[in-house]
Design a protein around this ligand. Structure first.
Ligand code: NAD
Length: 360
């Protein structure tokens, strides 16, 4: 297969971790007979340095011409970087919001997987972490409370603020379809999370998700209130496969789910639109405190590349091979500093990339 991949190396540790992900992808290409064509795209601080703005029309145009985009991370140290002396709409993060909007990326995917070898980092009780977990949160990204009308006014001398939570059936249907499509590739379970005992938007959410479920008889659908889900994620995360939820609930639950793994350098993510296109990136930031020191863990980016192969290119065997190589390296006791524990061997970014690539 010939794949056109946009690459945003970004800022801080971004270029280091993306280099390792490309190393692994190139190994996959050689082993499985694919060709990956990379187009370097500028975003965030790197784009400010080159063009004075965090996102250019040219980057959007080039990204649209690719099948998928793989990104490191963008941004710098807010206290010391000159990028943060610019007005907020010109700062690195504005570029990320801009490209998500320009590419209509409405579905955010964040897996939370607990590796047996990294259970020591899991903050949950041992009897819970023993069972392990492998779940994925599908969060709606462009609607709901964060995008509704808002105002603050004084009514009869009292300051009053209003935010609006609105969803229409089209917005719900398209994200629900994405969640079911992904569940088909996994353990075939979707848990839709809402607050249908209180909110009208949640009652519509539930109805539309049930309609979509009719098209996926092989997938088991359940519903859960968001407050219960927050509890279940720490009491029994092993029960979940795909969690489907709206923007604000997903914002909170996805952070909770990733933190129970305890390892920020291991967490991948994807943002998808209604085609096969996706923007794939680690969940962590650009870690300016360790940039350029060969200390960054490249695994979240390498796992993001595996997600790209699975969800944009339907290369499941190749994605499996990357995930298995990561597991093997951990089993053999290799660790970057952020996930290091007694008895393991500490390696840098480049060596970790080599070890994973060699095991493909
Ligand atoms: P961060 O995730 O960059 O770092 C938090 C801590 O985790 C730091 O101590 C860092 O060294 C460590 N860390 C993060 N990733 C690591 C890795 N792969 N290996 C080893 N250690 C790792 O969060 P922050 O410090 O709050 O943000 C730094 C910059 O990143 C800011 O400019 C922020 O806006 C940006 N940011 C970007 C994205 C993105 O590009 N999607 C996401 C979050 C933050």
């Amino acid at each position: 297969m010939n794949c056109r991949i946009g690459v945003i190396s970004g800022d801080g540790i971004g270029p280091e971790i993306v280099r390792e992900a490309r190393k692994v992808l190139d190994r996959v290409a050689g082993k499985f007979g694919h060709s990956f064509d990379y187009t370097e795209l500028l975003l965030g601080g790197a784009s400010i340095d080159a063009h004075g703005v965090p996102l250019t029309e040219e980057t959007v145009r080039q990204a649209k011409a690719c099948d998928a985009v793989l990104m490191g991370s963008i941004g710098g140290d807010a206290k010391t970087s000159p990028w943060y002396r610019l007005e907020p709409s010109k700062r690195p993060e504005a570029g990320l919001l801009g490209i998500r909007k320009a590419l209509n990326l409405f579905a955010n995917l964040r897996p939370a997987y607990l590796y047996r070898e990294l259970r020591g980092a899991c903050p949950l009780r041992e009897d819970i972490s023993e069972a392990g977990f492998d779940l994925l949160i599908m969060r709606e990204l462009t609607g709901g409370l964060y995008f509704g009308e808002r105002k603050t006014e004084v009514i009869d001398g009292v300051r009053t603020a209003v935010d609006t939570l609105s969803y229409n059936e089209h917005e719900i249907r398209r994200i629900a379809k994405r969640a079911f499509d992904i569940a088909v590739k996994r353990r075939k379970k979707v848990c839709s999370v809402d607050k249908a005992n209180v909110l009208d938007s949640s009652r519509l959410w539930r109805k539309v998700v049930e309609e979509v479920a009719q098209e996926y008889p092989q997938v088991e659908l359940s519903h859960m209130y968001v407050d219960n889900c927050a509890m279940q994620l720490v009491m029994n995360p092993a029960q979940f496969d795909v969690i489907l939820t709206e923007n604000m609930f997903g914002d909170i639950l996805s952070d909770e789910a990733s933190m129970v793994t305890g390892s920020i350098g291991m967490l991948s993510s994807a943002s998808l639109n209604d085609t096969k296109f996706g923007l794939y990136e680690p969940s962590h930031g650009s870690a300016p405190d360790i940039a350029g020191q060969d200390r960054a863990n490249p695994i979240a980016t390498i796992l993001s590349a595996a997600m790209m192969l699975r969800y944009t290119f339907d290369l499941d065997r190749e994605a499996d091979a990357i995930e298995a190589a990561v597991r093997q390296v951990l089993q053999e006791g290799w660790r970057t500093g952020d996930i290091f524990s007694e008895g393991c061997t500490c390696v840098g970014t480049v060596r970790m990339g080599d070890l994973i690539a060699e095991r493909i």
